[in-house]
Ligand binder design. Structure first.
Ligand code: FMN
Length: 243
């Protein structure tokens, strides 16, 4: 069921293109509705100097809402050195306001991993429909330390660890049977008491943002947007953008 505060943005566009101009007696309520939008401070005005605490607060709101199986799912875009893009969903495992960074885990030899090794830049997007919010993050990436990747790997369920060890993510395989057979062999090895170690080609990345944009949907497609950019010295500056 759709949340009462959710609207389909296409409906708004449809209204605009199909309805006649407002009659003079309708203009008053429209102007009242428009000015009342100023009272909404989902994105504070003026914007805070640093976007990271606000991004973390939105992330935690999404977690607490319990509306999502994967509140931390983000679309991650990478590109080859000559600029050919590709995108997929990964799970954001941490937002670190101090670093600042977003952390995710993957295979370093997957398609995304190879693109990131050759061109260490990424863009990520969260969409939290219940809150009518979007967050866009862009920046350089660097690997987490081996110790950090080890520590996170140990927290994963056994089946996920087996899967990570058995799969050469993004490589072509002869059949699904072949992949499952490798996972079974890996599982058997762990049953003999051998510790299942993190594969060398599996670990984390940090996206170090130099651009964060927070977007909050408003009626009449007058959405609220703030873009923060970060200087090489680490100073953030904010600009409000037109919807
Ligand atoms: C909800 C969701 C969460 C996912 N989380 C991850 C993740 O955290 N790490 C990962 O490597 N792949 C994750 N995947 C799978 C990726 O989307 C993708 O299929 C895989 O990483 C291979 O991508 P690549 O070939 O572009 O490297 C997730 C997929 C979905 C739908």
């Amino acid at each position: 069921m759709r949340h009462p505060t959710e609207t389909n943005h296409d409906e708004t566009a449809h209204d605009e293109t199909t309805q006649n101009e407002a009659a003079p007696n309708e203009t008053g309520p429209i102007i009242a509705a428009l000015t009342s939008m100023l009272a909404c401070n989902d994105l504070p005005d003026p914007a805070p100097a640093d976007p990271m605490p606000l991004l973390l607060a939105w992330f935690e709101d999404a977690r607490k809402s319990e509306r999502y199986e994967d509140f931390n799912a983000m679309t991650l875009a990478t590109a080859t050195p000559d600029g050919l893009p590709s995108a997929r969903v990964v799970l954001c495992k941490a937002i670190e306001p101090e670093t600042p960074a977003l952390v995710f885990y993957t295979s370093y030899t997957s398609r995304k991993g190879e693109e990131l090794e050759a061109n260490p830049h990424a863009a990520a997007v969260f969409h939290w429909p219940h809150a009518r919010r979007q967050a866009r993050i862009e920046g350089r990436v660097r690997r987490t330390t081996a110790q950090e990747s080890d520590a996170y790997f140990k927290t994963r369920p056994l089946l996920s660890r087996i899967g990570a060890a058995a799969s050469r993510q993004s490589a072509a395989i002869a059949s699904r049977r072949e992949l499952i057979a490798e996972a079974v062999r890996t599982a058997r090895r762990t049953m003999t008491g051998q510790q299942l170690k993190r594969p060398d080609n599996w670990g984390g990345y940090r996206i170090i943002p130099d651009r964060v944009e927070l977007w909050s949907a408003r009626t009449g497609r007058l959405h609220d947007r703030v873009l923060w950019t970060r200087s090489p010295e680490g100073t953030w500056s904010a600009r409000r953008l037109s919807a």
